[in-house]
Design a protein around this ligand. Structure first.
Ligand code: ASP
Length: 314
């Protein structure tokens, strides 16, 4: 059995390529790295890699992580600038015994030292969006943080190995140095090849409070199906958070277990992509129900067309 699940519609092309390779027997870590690189390289996606939206100072600072479900090895970069593929740096860091989570300058220096491609990650499009938002925020006191999504993936290969990866430009207009959940083990991602893995997207400040990726894997270890684990972890925590703070940010989690079964839970409408030995790459939309379940529907052609337009025009 092989399988891969990923957050957001933007993952579709990457998942399609990765699924073909997984079918041919590629190692899951390589499939995930390749799929995330495709998204990082696409300037149309405004929340990951090249073309990602900058922080309040107009600098693109990126977060990424990689975890190997066989060894528990983790590599992370946070607030990294000018590096073309943060996911590849994170994967390389996962091989280090020490210093495997690097931030800012140190992360960039490591990338340079190890021969990773260096480039300015701020596109003209992202820059003009930043200039526009800066003016709007000054004038209207808008919530500056709208416009963020992380690509997170969990995969399983034919040899039974699992891995997970994340990559994100974090919150648009974030403070310089702000780090989200995406590079943080347990919050943004977690995987164990004997059990399964999970990954998150949404408001990092709230995701960190629940360590939801770890919680989902823990529930799967206790025998929950991926869907039951996602429902239990996400809706229970959203309730507890709302009770204590009167609010909860948007968050969405996806999971896959070692059999290639998958699940999702979310407190907003949320699109994700799945491909397994049993199903071709498919985009779904998940929505929460009142009784703490998740409705999952395949997207329509019209929905896909709208998304395509949105990505190119916006
Ligand atoms: N989780 C990301 C962060 O807080 C953003 C997102 O996935 O929407 O940095």
């Amino acid at each position: 059995m092989w399988g891969i699940i990923a957050t957001w519609r933007m993952a579709f092309d990457g998942v399609t390529v990765a699924s073909q390779l997984l079918k041919e027997g590629i190692a899951v870590g390589d499939a995930i790295e390749l799929a995330i690189r495709l998204i990082e390289d696409n300037p149309l996606y405004k929340s990951v890699g090249y073309g990602g939206l900058p922080n309040i100072q107009g600098t693109v600072q990126l977060d990424a992580a990689y975890m190997d479900g066989d060894t528990y090895q983790i590599g992370s970069v946070a607030g990294i600038s000018d590096v073309k593929n943060p996911i590849s740096v994170a994967k390389q860091l996962s091989k280090e015994r020490f210093n495997s989570f690097l931030v800012g300058e140190g992360a960039r220096d490591y990338a340079v030292l190890h021969g990773f491609d260096i480039q300015n990650m701020l596109t003209d499009r992202a820059k003009s969006e930043w200039e526009k938002r800066l003016k709007e925020v000054q004038k209207n006191k808008l919530n500056p943080y709208d416009g963020h999504d992380t690509v997170g993936m969990v995969g399983l290969d034919v040899s039974g190995s699992m891995a997970t990866g994340t990559s994100s430009s974090g919150l648009f207009m974030k403070q310089a140095g702000r780090i989200g959940d995406s590079p943080l083990s347990g919050s943004g991602f977690y995987v164990d090849s004997d059990i399964g893995g999970a990954t998150a997207t949404g408001l990092g400040e709230d995701l960190m409070k629940g360590c939801l990726s770890y919680e989902i894997v823990r529930l799967m270890k206790d025998g929950y199906s991926p869907q039951a684990a996602c429902n239990q972890a996400v809706y229970d925590f959203a309730d507890r958070l709302t009770k204590r703070n009167e609010t909860a940010g948007a968050f969405s989690l996806i999971a896959m277990n070692r059999h290639g079964e998958w699940g999702v839970a979310t407190n907003v409408e949320f699109a994700f992509v799945v491909a397994t030995e049993k199903q071709k790459p498919t985009v779904y939309v998940a929505t929460p129900t009142k009784d703490k379940q998740t409705t999952i529907e395949k997207v329509t052609e019209e929905w896909l067309e709208q998304q395509r337009k949105h990505a190119t025009i916006d």
